[in-house]
Design a protein around this ligand. Sequence first.
Ligand code: KMH
Ligand code: ZN
Length: 279
Amino acid sequence: MAIPAASTTLITVAPTGAELDKADVPQLPTTLEELVETARTCEAAGAAMIHLHIRDGEHRPTLDPARLRDAVQAIRSETDLIVQLSTGGSVHDPLEQRLTVLDAEPDSCSLTCGTTNFGDDVFMNPWGFMSDLYVQAQEREVVPEFELFDLGHVAALARLIDRHGLPFGGKVHVDFVTGVPGGMPGTTAALMAGVAMLPPQVTSWSATGIGRSHLPIVAAALSAGGHLRVGMEDNVVFARGRQVEHNSELVARAAEIATTMQRPPMSTSDARELLGIKP
Ligand code: KMH
Ligand code: ZN
């Protein structure tokens, strides 16, 4: 079945990630207060979902269960955003610990569909881990977003669905993460190759471009009917010579471009329906 044309745009904000150092980018939201403020302002700017990585008291990436739970609850109580927790964590996080992210009971979790070279590092996602995460998300009623860094990941997604059936909620939403050194390039051609390969069960897709591929991928995704992920996890340069000061700037610009393209930002309730997330 072809993916229905979307008249609005799901905008996801990925505000923090696990790679940047607060010392290098002081405006990166790392504390709970900064994350809640970011969530609020990004929702006002047009975001419907937040993709969350959290940090410890020293601003280092962590998968601490209590901090994850606190972050989910705080953002839920202050906004209507769909809360998606990263199960990717940082490249240094052990696989078993990445599975425990589901204990924080997010609405959604990321699920990367394969191991990928990640700059000088390797982001590990072996089949057994993907499979366990897929099944545990089904059992815990968490809706996965499938992160596709490479064309082989599209094939692995098809294999996961064939093996385990549809995810909880009955929808299949994927996000192409393009432009990671070692993954698929952040080009229109690579994105369209990925879209062409999507298995028939996929109901919606979004894309993000890392670094300088950020804006070209926004334009390519919108023109091809896809949705958007933006945020400082993926890109900290707003324009040549000018850093991103706040994640909401990236959301606001994406919302403006989407609106110009006659596909304004999607409401949080429509986004829940699109992704199969409980109201
Ligand atoms: N930080 C990367 C190693 C995800 O959130 O699921 C993995 C990542 C993907 O960011
Ligand atoms: Zn992430």
